[in-house]
Ligand binder design. Structure first.
Ligand SMILES: *Cc1c(COP(=O)(O)O)cnc(C)c1O
Length: 234
């Protein structure tokens, strides 16, 4: 794997997608997803100028972050259990995966204790996939006012995923619905919700065309993830 080459290729593809959509590439942030990757790989990416990384498990992040350069920032992109919120608030600069009022309440509680505010995105399961976390759109609209009332949470926007498909065009209506839902939420709140975190290795170009401001990229940057370490038998 040559990280520099992958990054260069990614930036070229991002620029082309922006060009097609008439967008300025500076409006699209690449969030490298370092889950499954060791600290050496994060360090190599940091040497190329990347400064914010995404992780999907608190346990893994907690072990990895202290071994990485201290100037990096981290975002939580995976499902968060309430018993891990304290660590998440400590380790992450933003939590992209707020998917219930209950979780938001706990983030509020821990943020209050730590005397800090927590930037968050609200995760939406637009396609209603049974194996994914995230708000159903109607539920999100119903709870939005309550979510917005937590003084320690700063809602930046929405996060979502399209169902896996070999044909990225199939993801387009899902991304479009997420953007429309973001617009509906912003108008309900009477405040802008600038961030739209959508698009991964297989579908980020379509996501950019549909308005993504953050694309979360693992494989296209780092290559295939190493297999998860297995517990020793016996
Ligand atoms: C792993 C992961 C990604 C990145 O996936 P790739 O297909 O490897 O780019 C993006 N978002 C979330 C929530 C993930 O868990």
């Amino acid at each position: 794997m040559d990280l520099a080459t992958n990054l260069e290729a990614l930036r070229t593809r991002v620029a082309a997608a922006c060009d097609r959509a008439g967008r300025n590439p500076a409006t699209v942030t690449l969030l490298p997803v370092s889950k499954g990757q060791p600290p050496e790989v994060v360090r190599a990416a940091a040497d190329l100028g990347l400064t914010v990384f995404g992780e999907n498990k608190v346990q893994e992040a907690k072990a990895k972050i202290p071994l990485c350069p201290g100037r990096l920032r981290w975002e939580m992109i995976g499902h968060l259990q309430t018993n891990k919120v304290r660590d998440a608030v400590h380790f992450f600069a933003r939590i992209q995966s707020v998917d219930s009022l209950h979780l938001a309440e706990e983030i509020q509680r821990q943020a209050e204790k730590a005397a800090q505010t927590v930037p968050v995105l609200l995760e939406v399961n637009v396609a209603g996939e049974a194996n994914k976390f995230g708000y159903a759109p109607a539920q999100l609209l119903a709870e939005l006012a309550d979510l917005n009332a937590f003084p320690r949470l700063e809602i930046h926007g929405l996060m979502g995923m399209a169902p896996w498909t070999p044909d990225p065009e199939k993801a387009r209506p899902v991304f479009r619905r997420l953007r429309e839902l973001r617009d509906a939420c912003a108008s309900q709140l009477g405040a802008p919700l600038p961030e739209l975190s959508m698009g991964m290795t297989g579908d980020f170009e379509v996501a950019i065309e549909e308005g993504a401001t953050v694309i979360r990229i693992g494989t296209a940057l780092f290559g295939e993830r190493p297999p998860a370490p297995r517990l020793r038998a016996g």
